[in-house]
Design a protein around this ligand. Structure first.
Ligand SMILES: [Zn+2]
Ligand SMILES: [Zn+2]
Ligand SMILES: [Zn+2]
Length: 139
């Protein structure tokens, strides 16, 4: 947890009880959470907390590089702890919903391909890898 507190401090974000509790909730799982799921768990401790607060904190966490998000078929964003700063991608197990970091990014090559094939300039990309994790393949 100290790693995350340190990152908050570096970005001048106070270690408020709600931020700490959201980090604690997310730390307990290798899977992803919808803002609603986090809200439900947060309400066990802070009865009056509103959903917009949860969205705001998750957004702050994402901006400072503590959490990352994935997008599911329903277009909803789900969040999980990831503090790797380099451009990389995520593998999501479709069975147990575990998220793993894949520390590789081929965007420079893709940019070049887009330039060569289309004469266009690529600015962003989105890649999300899904499948079965090692444990689920073996069970
Ligand atoms: Zn799995
Ligand atoms: Zn990651
Ligand atoms: Zn990439």
């Amino acid at each position: 947890m100290n790693k995350y507190y340190e990152m908050l401090k570096q970005q001048n974000l106070k270690k408020t009880p709600k931020r700490v509790e959201i980090l604690r909730i997310m730390k307990q799982s290798t899977s992803y959470f919808s803002p609603l799921e986090i809200w439900d768990l947060l309400k066990e401790k802070f009865q009056k907390v509103g959903l917009p607060t949860v969205y705001r904190i998750l957004q702050q966490f994402q901006e400072i590089g503590i959490v990352s998000s994935i997008q599911k078929d329903n277009n909803q964003l789900y969040y999980f702890l990831c503090s790797i700063r380099q451009d990389h991608h995520h593998f999501i197990c479709r069975k147990c919903h575990k998220v793993s970091c894949v520390q590789y990014c081929d965007f420079d090559n893709i940019k070049q391909l887009v330039e060569d094939q289309l004469g266009s300039k690529a600015e962003t990309h989105f890649l999300q890898i899904e499948g079965l994790c090692k444990e689920c393949r073996e069970s």
